[in-house]
Design a protein around this ligand. Sequence first.
Ligand code: BGC
Length: 382
Amino acid sequence: MELNRRTVIAGAAAAGVAATALGGTAHASDGGKPVKSLFGKLADGTKVYRWSLQNGGTRLKVLSYGGVVQSLEIPDRHGRYANVSLGFGSVDEYVASSPYFGALIGRYGNRIGKGRFTLDGKSYQLSVNDGVNSLHGGAKGFDKRVWDVEGFVKGSDVGLYLHYTSVDGEMGYPGTLKVKVTYTLTRHGDWRIDYEAVTDKATVVNLTSHMYWNLAGEGSGTIEDHELTIAASRYTPTDTGLIPTGELAKVSGTPFDFRKGKTVGRDIRAGHVQQVQAKGYDHNWVLDKGITARPEHVATLRDPRSGRTLHIATDQPGLQFYSGNFLDGTLTGSGGRTYRQGDALCLETQHFPDSPNQAAFPSTVLRPGQVYRSTTVHTFGN
Ligand code: BGC
């Protein structure tokens, strides 16, 4: 029975046909065309699709809702697959309670103080959704929008184009912003994200992906034993609302020094005032390489038990390392287990938080005629 089912679904996948009609999950074949199936519906009846794609041994499932990576499977050193990304099993859960699991974040990744900024002499008030501040684009950011998704096969790459148009004034941001995100799986199994955006009025943009990684598998417990390396000599300390103070502080001699690599748990209870107010790590690391024309390696995460390893390369100047501090055991993940504090961590490539209010930080302003571009590459090993 099980064998037959697989054969039927694989046949449908090979033909590039959605397998929803079969009542099961659609599977893609390695290097084959991404496969689309119905995942669920929003309250207003809007259909949410799930795209399955696979290449070089990496398996990805992506929702049209929020561009959410619902599942990312990679093998361990014995070839055993696990989904290393926290997520939910239904659209309803994503809508009701997702802390940005696997989602695309925009227009502005992380916080803007008091949700306010001034650009070209004009002040803007954004949607405020984190105390007095605006977080991840406001109350209804890009993570809560339905994207137009299209699958592609290009040479040895397979991937998805995700489009979303954010209208002038949405969440308080000026300008109509046309966004295109490309998720590519290469034949080596790398997952590359290319972000592009254009605007018709001066605005601010800072796009990222909010993956919650647990390389031992989602729902398998803490990530405190994961080894993390971040190529950054400085980070941006914050106030109690997690807004950068403007200082670029040295990591040297503090728990924030991940330059030589150490387990996440080693210094997480060191009691540094910055950790106490963030309930762990929830900071922007100032990458030593700065802004680069091409993605450069900035971080490595390794689970010693499974051997699964993630390398991150980016052209962006910052990396938000968030140690899953606000997971509190109230959410049940796609695998049926609850998520507790520290059961995953996020490594968000970005411009620095609150840049629109910090003249000394690299600018996040986008003007008509310019193209916002940002690329992050995830390479997996075991
Ligand atoms: C932020 C955290 C926030 C989390 C959302 C991270 O990017 O830095 O402060 O709680 O996203 O779950």
